[in-house]
Design a protein around this ligand. Structure first.
Ligand code: MG
Length: 229
């Protein structure tokens, strides 16, 4: 039976140390003309970019317009690229990720994709910054839906069309760092490996009853055993 692994990005694979959130606020100033200091703190954990943009528009009293949202996201991407490539960028890969992805690819036994709230172009920038993009066949992104729970079926369909496989729900594992990752796995009957490397500890995440919780992905052998057996 074919196995499918769907990885979240922020808090699971990498930490941009605020570059992503700062780029969202840069675009608020550049496109919406509102000072970042007047915006309530962004709640980005497990959020989709589309959902964040809609909430930001509401917070600054702007009506939702798709062309303005597009301009906003274009501005966000320019700023994100700049911030990811600044000399003082402090972002890093989370423990074990640098070893895990090549190891999974080398072992085979699973197809690997993304399930992320980042819009596709933003996901590409973040993964390229750490040379991770080659490990993922495709995925579902924040521009596919504002509702994270709607992203699982999109990811599965895209991966099935690439690999020619059919993935049964119990052969799909979502790897993520927030209760929303756990919920979006449950929404498609998939398992979730929750990792406490984002804003939530593994103890926090365990209360949402994921299939499995780990403090991190640091133990490559243990994680491969979980994901491939
Ligand atoms: Mg995350």
């Amino acid at each position: 039976m074919a196995r499918l692994l769907l990885f979240d990005i922020d808090g699971t694979l990498l930490d941009t140390c605020g570059a992503g959130g700062s780029a969202l606020l840069d675009a608020v100033e550049a496109v919406l003309g509102v000072a970042r200091e007047t915006i309530p703190p962004l709640d980005l954990a497990g959020a989709t970019d589309g959902g964040v943009v809609r909430r930001l528009f509401g917070q600054v009293g702007r009506e939702w317009q798709s062309d303005l949202a597009r301009s906003y996201l274009d501005s966000y991407l320019i700023s994100l690229k700049e911030r990811l490539n600044q000399p003082n960028f402090e972002g890093y890969l989370l423990p074990g990720v640098a070893a895990l992805l090549p190891h999974l690819t080398q072992l085979g036994g699973a197809d690997i994709g993304l399930l992320t709230g980042n819009i596709r172009a933003g996901a590409d920038l973040k993964l390229q910054r750490f040379q991770l993009q080659s490990h993922f066949l495709d995925g579902a992104f924040g521009d596919d839906s504002e509702d994270r729970n709607a992203l699982g079926p999109v990811a599965v369909k895209r991966l099935e069309s690439i690999t020619g496989q059919r993935y049964q729900a119990d052969e799909i594992i979502v790897i993520g760092d927030t209760p929303k990752d756990i919920a979006c796995a449950q929404a498609i009957g998939a398992r979730c490996l929750a990792v406490g490397t984002g804003q939530f500890t593994s103890a926090d995440l365990s209360t949402y009853r994921p299939w499995h919780c780990l403090d991190s992905l640091a133990d490559t052998a243990q994680v491969c055993e979980l994901l491939l057996s």
